[in-house]
Design a protein around this ligand. Structure first.
Ligand code: FE2
Length: 413
């Protein structure tokens, strides 16, 4: 994991300071009367604090090609939830959607807003603003691209375990995402396999502070995020408050927070997000109903705790029984790929079936429609990484990479 170049952040801060300075200079050219009117106008229409913050996009569901979900926080004076969308960068001919808001439980003086835009065109770039229609106070203009329809190609970015506890962690996460966005500039979404925040003690106020760190990257205003719930997210309501996701399917995932079990399609792929902190048996029933009723060519599961790990959590899935519980289900449903985190290191397994390695045909570095399920676990996206337990490959390990800089670095088999 490359460390953050602090210069980037410092440069941004300098840029912001410069912008403020330029605005002040411009005010000096306005007549005294004009300045008074301007200030009066501001008092009439703008609350004292920022109206929109922590804006996050999520794919529309069940079909990501038809819309977008947006969520954000505001102060309590901003009691309307509006989303404007336009195909023009100047917001010309915008269409407006209305959503709802609720008190953000632990964030003192904050409302959680959610708006969903529907009936949009697939694979199309849209510009948007969120804000308060009553106060006529809008965010900056950002953009997103709707998902592709069946038959269309797409790419996505996969991250996990940001767990920011402080500004330095937030900056590292921001840098990780920025580098990923540069490497995959046309990615359709960012999948995040859980532990978006660090506190697991039930301290909701502390967790809300950590969400301000998690939502810091400006890149998150311009690409859909797909979050799983991790053990550090701890099934707290802040997870549901921060992401515009559907509630849990009826009777599924007891013990899990709302918004932590859902599915959607992108192109020819069906994505199913599970909550490994919640009851798994009911999620297996749900998974079967979703996967068996889908005609998607590719079936992908994302969950926080990996069945096949290589670092601190090497034996967890054996000890807690989750490997034996879930791999037969993934075999039965023909799941192609299982994405996970939690182990703060990297592993790609061989295609696995019946908990045994099966052959694969690799062409130009890509596994060609393997007969089994590939389990892919990614490293922590900020400053928390683990060492490999051993530098010999496990029976399932095709490739592994220590999360930290001190352990064995890389192995091929
Ligand atoms: Fe975790």
């Amino acid at each position: 994991m490359k460390k953050l170049k602090k210069e980037i952040y410092i440069f941004i801060r300098i840029l912001i300071c410069s912008t403020v300075f330029i605005l002040l200079c411009n005010f000096n050219t306005v007549s005294a009367q004009g300045i008074i009117e301007k200030i009066t106008d501001n008092l009439d229409v703008e609350p004292k604090e920022m109206v929109t913050e922590q804006i996050i996009l999520t794919p529309s569901m069940p079909d990501s090609s038809t819309g977008i979900g947006v969520s954000w926080y505001s102060n309590t004076s901003s009691t309307a939830s509006k989303l404007r969308i336009s195909e023009n960068s100047n917001m010309f001919n915008y269409i407006e959607f209305t959503g709802n808001n609720a008190t953000a439980t632990a964030a003192t003086g904050k409302l959680s807003h959610k708006v969903s835009a529907t009936d949009l065109k697939p694979n199309t770039k849209y510009y948007y603003q969120v804000g308060d229609g009553n106060l006529n106070n809008w965010s900056s203009i950002y953009s997103f691209t709707t998902g592709v329809k069946a038959g269309g190609d797409f790419t996505f970015i996969f991250v996990s375990d940001q767990q920011p506890k402080n500004q330095n962690d937030a900056n590292t996460w921001e840098n990780t995402l920025a580098q990923a966005m540069r490497k995959v500039p046309h990615a359709s979404m960012v999948l995040s396999a859980g532990d978006q925040v660090d506190d697991y003690t039930g301290d909701d106020i502390l967790q809300e502070t950590q969400y301000t760190y998690f939502t810091q990257p400006e890149d998150l205003r311009n690409i859909a995020l797909v979050p799983a719930n991790g053990n550090h997210d701890n099934n707290r309501i802040a997870f549901f408050n921060h992401f515009n996701l559907p509630g849990k399917p009826s009777g599924v995932g007891a013990g899990g927070v709302e918004g932590s079990i859902y599915s959607f399609t992108m192109g020819d792929a069906l994505f199913m997000v599970m909550n490994t902190n919640a009851d798994l048996n009911s999620q297996i029933t749900w998974l079967k109903s979703i996967a068996n009723n889908s005609i998607a060519r590719w079936k992908i599961v994302m969950m926080h705790k990996s069945l096949y790990a290589v670092a601190n959590h090497l034996n967890d899935a054996v000890n807690d029984g989750s490997r034996n519980l879930l791999y037969p289900v993934f075999d039965e449903l023909g799941i192609d790929l299982v994405l996970a985190g939690h182990d703060h290191s990297y592993i790609r397994t061989y295609p696995m079936k019946n908990n045994i390695r099966v052959n694969e045909n690799i062409v130009d570095g890509y596994s060609q429609n393997p007969e089994g399920t590939i389990y892919l676990q990614t490293n922590g996206a900020a400053n928390k990484q683990y060492d490999l337990v051993t530098n010999t490959p496990e029976y399932y390990t095709a490739k592994k990479l220590s999360g930290s800089l001190t352990g064995p670095r890389i192995l091929y088999n």
